[in-house]
Ligand binder design. Structure first.
Ligand code: NAP
Ligand code: GDP
Length: 344
């Protein structure tokens, strides 16, 4: 009999890639979405799996809704990917973020403990919990120091997952994933903001790209590789926590530069601080400039992960390089516009 998986956040980037992977591996795959005026399945559609995922309405704010869904679906594996996932917004909506990202994992664990204690649980934790990093690179034993309401809320999700494993023997894992991107990444995150904006500039639909702190550095991987790590975590003899990362760190301005080149321009930088900008050498056109509105009240300057444990225990390693990732994202956005599709 095929295994049954329940994935929250099915309309998001990771939800789409994970559902595709689970379907490929023969799972009966249930995708939980929150009801809204219009259900947005464009990511599942782009991956060609929208018809194969069994959609169930589920809002993580509502305990009884989770309980009934667990009772009805009876999952063998529960992947909690749903979240208010944008750090920037968490400064505007800290209480909402705390509720969804911090308390929902607890609601789910309580439901599983009551109704399906043999279900394996995956919690989508994040490198943002390391925040003001205490060691470089970061591993599973690096102390946490979150720098945003998002990071603080996710830290509760992480520790409650560990606590339910230790207190009640639940098979509960926390995946500490570093930033992972793809053509399906939300448009407000810096990588996709860069690729979608440059594509729009190329097609005459936008004048200029405005960014905040271009010196921030991230360890960026490909989301398709990272959902494979999630699945591997739930197939082990014992539940545990893992850092998932590429082990390479790049500044935002390097992502910009590569993306500008792939669009066919020749990037040159001018100015410093708020006057810094990137121009096309041939035409002299300003492509990118700073807008301080995109600075954050507290910044995470650098994140660099060490995924040695995942490599040794899970046999996991990233497959897509930084250069391939940038190229994939830029080309997809250019192709979408060429085909007359909106950039969502
Ligand atoms: P994403 O694209 O923003 O997707 C988030 C999903 O959560 C969306 O499907 C969203 O639904 C859903 N959601 C939000 N609030 C909800 C609620 N109250 N009830 C039910 N569903 C709700 O995020 P992602 O990039 O796929 O990331 C997946 C998870 O991994 C998140 O928990 C994120 O915090 C975490 N994470 C991501 C990264 C990364 O680099 N991508 C790194 C570390 C950890 P709507 O479509 O209705 O908004
Ligand atoms: P995060 O690591 O989860 O916060 O992912 P983001 O993609 O939102 O941000 C990555 C880094 O890019 C952060 O250090 C941001 O401050 C920086 N950044 C610079 N300009 C921008 C911008 O315009 N939008 C976003 N989202 N991030 C920006």
């Amino acid at each position: 009999m095929s295994k049954r998986a329940l994935v929250t956040g099915v309309t998001g980037q990771d939800g789409a890639y994970l559902c595709r992977l689970l379907l490929e591996r023969g799972y009966e795959t249930y995708g939980a979405f929150r009801r809204s005026a219009s259900l947005n399945l464009w990511r599942l559609e782009e991956l060609g799996v929208a018809k194969d995922v069994r959609l169930v309405p589920l809002d993580l704010i509502e305990f009884t809704n989770i309980l009934r869904t667990v009772e009805q679906v009876g999952p063998d594996e529960f992947y909690n990917l749903a979240a208010q996932s944008f750090v920037g917004l968490s400064f505007e909506q800290p209480i909402y973020t705390a509720d969804i990202d911090g308390l929902s994992p607890l609601r789910i664990l309580e439901c599983l403990r009551a109704a399906k204690p043999d279900c394996r649980f995956y919690q989508a934790s994040t490198s943002e919990m390391f925040g003001k990093v205490q060691t470089v690179p970061q591993t599973e034993t690096t102390p946490f120091y979150p720098r945003s309401p998002y990071g603080v809320a996710k830290l509760h999700g992480h520790w409650i997952t560990v606590n339910y494993r230790e207190s009640y023997g639940l098979y509960a894992c926390s995946g500490i994933l570093f930033n992972h991107e793809s053509p399906l990444r939300g448009i407000e995150f810096v990588t996709r903001k860069i690729t979608s904006s440059l594509a729009r500039i190329k097609y005459g639909l936008q004048d200029v790209l405005e960014l905040g702190n271009m010196d921030a550095e991230r360890d960026w991987g490909f989301a398709g590789d990272y959902v494979d790590a999630m699945h591997r975590m739930l197939q082990q003899p014992q539940a545990d926590d893992f850092v998932i990362a590429t082990g390479q760190m790049r500044p935002v301005h390097e992502f910009v530069e590569r993306a500008v080149e792939i669009c066919g321009w020749q990037p040159v930088w001018e100015g410093e601080g708020e006057a810094r900008r990137c121009l096309d050498r041939t035409s002299g056109r300003v492509l990118v400039r700073v807008n301080p509105a995109f600075y954050r009240p507290a910044e995470v300057e650098q994140l660099l992960g060490d995924a040695t444990k995942a490599r040794n225990v899970l046999g996991w390693k990233p497959r897509v390089s930084f250069g391939e990732l940038v190229e994939m994202m830029v080309r997809t956005d250019l192709d979408r516009l060429a085909a007359g599709k909106p950039l969502l």
